[in-house]
Ligand binder design. Structure first.
Ligand code: ADP
Ligand code: MG
Length: 704
């Protein structure tokens, strides 16, 4: 059956070459399975047929369905403004059906005197009911329809697609497809599992997700399909865990040696916080356990994750292993390289760097020192995962600001070794553990829940653009106190050129208001050459420039303690997580720091809530929660899906926590009884497991 489901949809009636191409490019649908697993995003009740007289503004229905006989038609307007009106009525009232497009075709197919079933969005003009572009079908035909009534699924389409296949078109394709496949759907779950968890058969679930007769049937279908997805994911995670725990093939860092000790005793730039110490201990315990470590370190911006990473890497070096640290941006990689090189100066530790823009010499040096084992620590960007980077004995991998990496990028790192290195993933974006598990597989979580001492909370205010003079006055005051200022402009992909214009205009305005020789302004953005970026960063870091005008490239991890003012332009265009990250660039030294959110006067409700939240709290965990709420499940789902390697169509790990837990339990029990799912009755489970293994994802949990 697998083969059949993998067939292209091109030959399903209603598709054809052009639509097949569009479905692929717009929705990523190529096979019959893809199409069958393309579920409606909402449903409209079509069991109800109204009398026209019942449909009034007070009904408040988004869609209505009624029967009406055509009493006449008329044309109005000309050219593009031409409209075609059909007058219908029943015993209780009358309505107008209006078309602006496809007029010719409608005119031909409508017969005066005939009764039609009409479905559409009601609108009212002076109390008169009209429906624009309704779905319409003769009553005889409606009664003979293949998929009768119930709830009708509404499928999302894209702008490009809707010309060729609208939601109705997709619905029709699915109807045609259903007659083809309904007898070819193999059950994935053994009967006892279905029985135990109260699940309906897969075939029934698929029918009811597309053509539900009742809300209850729909609910059962959703539950069953979510269960399948999450069980598929959990079967993978749990079997990896079992394997990891059965292998004992983790590198053992038996000793704490000279490198760690001399750094810890003589070179530590500050006493560690309790939380940092705890996490170092946790990592230490992991690396003597004999199992491969797989740890997620969550800690708010500025909580001091870097030093924890460094200490761990020193531990690796003490035991004769190399370590590497991957950062999501060039700037951040360079900064880590500078900070870490400085911290270990004079100790017997060799640090190399490799990024996409490394010059030949740097590159050669990095590659050689990684391969011959002379580099203790290799720092870099995703250039580190390129094929030609070969380590002599990689024992420890740090991934910084993990949320910035695609799964695929993360994945490639570990295939570098026969024996898996220990993995430490660091993030400033807190995620619940259950969710982290589904997203990143089998892992342990550490938290730094304590900021370094002496940090004063950052004061955050929101100004409208009209208060710009006040802002400039404040910046001058701060600069006079010896402080430095960031001014950040949004950078949003779709409108890049416009954003750069904002930035360059902003840069000009600021250099005008903060002229030489008193003030030095520098700029940093993605279109600059890496060495220019670096120069700009260095200038700022060394205190030579007072103001750094930048796009959000500085968002992640940049560390300049003397910068105490963060001005965010067009703050309404940033998401909460990003605002919080940006704000985290200040408040790193001892001085009182400020974050100033600049925005236009007109704000959407959500934008206002985001800015208010920023002014209210500096707690990253609270903001993350709020972000979940504000962005709504749909959006998060989207983000999570793209962040996760498992292509989930219906389950939402954030919202379906209960099902997540149930399937976790189920997966553990199933695997305990039949670790390889080799029992004949488990063939379907095995397929499910393969389907949700996340192909390109040999995630960091999956090294073994
Ligand atoms: P993040 O967790 O955001 O990566 P960093 O590791 O960049 O944070 O640390 C933020 C700043 O705090 C750095 O300037 C670092 O030197 C400083 N820092 C880290 N830990 C401590 C500590 N225990 N005491 C004082 N300062 C610290
Ligand atoms: Mg950091």
């Amino acid at each position: 059956m697998g083969d059949f489901m993998d067939n292209t949809i091109q030959y399903v009636s209603g598709v054809g070459e052009t639509r097949a191409k569009l479905l692929r490019s717009e929705l990523g649908i190529t096979t019959i399975r893809d199409m069958l697993w393309y579920f409606p995003f909402r449903y409209i009740d079509r069991t109800k047929v109204y009398n026209i007289g019942e449909i009034g503004e007070s009904l408040g229905a988004a869609y209505v369905q009624f029967r009406g006989r055509v009493t006449g038609t008329s044309f109005a307007g000309a050219g593009r403004k031409r409209r075609f009106t059909v007058y219908v009525s029943d015993k209780t009232g009358s309505a107008e059906l209006v078309w602006f497009q496809g007029v010719k075709w409608i005119e031909k197919s409508i017969e005066v005197g005939r009764e039609y079933l009409v479905f559409g969005k009601p609108s009212f003009f002076r109390g008169e009911l009209s429906i624009i572009h309704p779905e319409i079908e003769s009553v005889e035909k409606a009664l003979n329809r293949k998929m009768p009534g119930g709830l009708q699924g509404i499928y999302s389409t894209t702008e490009k697609l809707s010309g060729a296949v609208g939601t109705k078109g997709i619905y029709n394709i699915i109807c045609n497809l259903w007659t083809l496949v309904q007898d070819k759907i193999d059950e994935t779950l053994p009967p006892e599992v279905m029985h135990r968890y109260g699940l309906i058969p897969l075939k029934e679930a698929l029918r009811n997700i597309h053509f539900p007769q009742t809300p209850e049937k729909l609910r059962q279908a959703q539950y069953r399909l979510k269960f399948d997805e999450l069980l598929g994911v959990q079967l993978n995670i749990q079997s990896q865990r079992t394997q990891r725990m059965s292998r004992q093939n983790g590198f053992v860092f038996t000793k704490v040696g000279d490198k760690f000790n001399s750094f810890y005793n003589n070179r530590l730039p500050f006493p560690l916080t309790g939380a940092q110490k705890r996490v170092v201990r946790e990592i230490r315990n992991d690396t003597v356990s004999g199992y491969q470590m797989n740890r997620l370190l969550q800690g708010d911006v500025g909580s001091g994750k870097t030093i924890v990473a460094l200490l761990s890497m020193l531990l690796a070096a003490d035991n004769g292993f190399q370590a590497c640290m991957m950062a999501p941006t060039e700037i951040l990689a360079r900064q880590h390289f500078a900070t870490i090189s400085r911290m270990v100066e004079g100790l017997d530790i060799k640090v190399s760097i490799l990024t996409g823009s490394s010059k030949a010499r740097e590159r050669r040096h990095a590659l050689e020192s990684a391969a011959d084992g002379s580099a203790d620590i290799l720092i870099g960007t995703h250039a580190l995962i390129e094929e030609r980077v070969v380590f002599s004995n990689l024992g420890f991998v740090v991934i910084d600001e993990q949320h910035r990496f695609g799964v695929e990028q993360r994945a490639r790192m570990w295939t570098k070794n026969e024996q898996p290195p220990h993995i430490l993933v660091m993030t400033a974006t807190p995620i619940p553990r259950t969710l982290a598990m589904t997203l990143y597989g089998d892992l342990d979580v550490s938290v730094i829940d304590e900021l370094p001492p002496g940090r004063q909370p950052i004061r955050t205010v929101h100004y409208y653009d009209s208060a710009r003079l006040r802002l400039y006055g404040f910046m001058r005051e701060q600069i006079a106190l010896g402080r430095q200022v960031y001014v950040v402009y949004p950078l949003i992909k779709e409108s890049e050129s416009m954003d750069y214009k904002d930035l360059t205009d902003g840069f000009e305005a600021i250099t005008r208001d903060f002229p030489l020789p008193q003030y030095r302004v520098t700029a940093c953005h993605g279109k600059m050459k890496p060495e220019d970026k670096e120069d700009a960063m260095r200038e700022f870091k060394e205190g030579l420039a007072h103001i750094m005008v930048a796009t959000s490239v500085i968002e992640v991890g940049v560390d300049v303690p003397n910068a105490t003012v963060m001005v965010i332009e067009s703050a309404e265009r940033f998401g909460l997580a990003q605002l919080h990250q940006l704000r985290g660039r200040v408040g790193r030294g001892g001085g009182q720091s400020y974050c100033i959110l600049m925005s236009g006067e007109k704000l959407s409700k959500e934008a206002r809530q985001r800015l208010d939240a920023m002014c209210e709290t500096t707690d990253g965990f609270r903001l993350a929660e709020l972000d979940l709420k504000l962005r709504g499940a749909g959006d998060i789902h989207g983000t999570m899906q793209s962040g996760s390697a498992f292509d989930l169509k219906i389950a939402n790990p954030t919202l379906d926590v209960q099902i997540l837990q149930t399937t976790q339990q189920a997966a553990m029990e199933l695997l305990e009884a039949d670790p390889n799912l080799s029992h004949p009755s488990h063939a379907g489970l095995q397929k499910l497991k393969e389907r949700y293994s996340g192909k390109e994802r040999s995630d960091f949990s999956m090294i073994s």
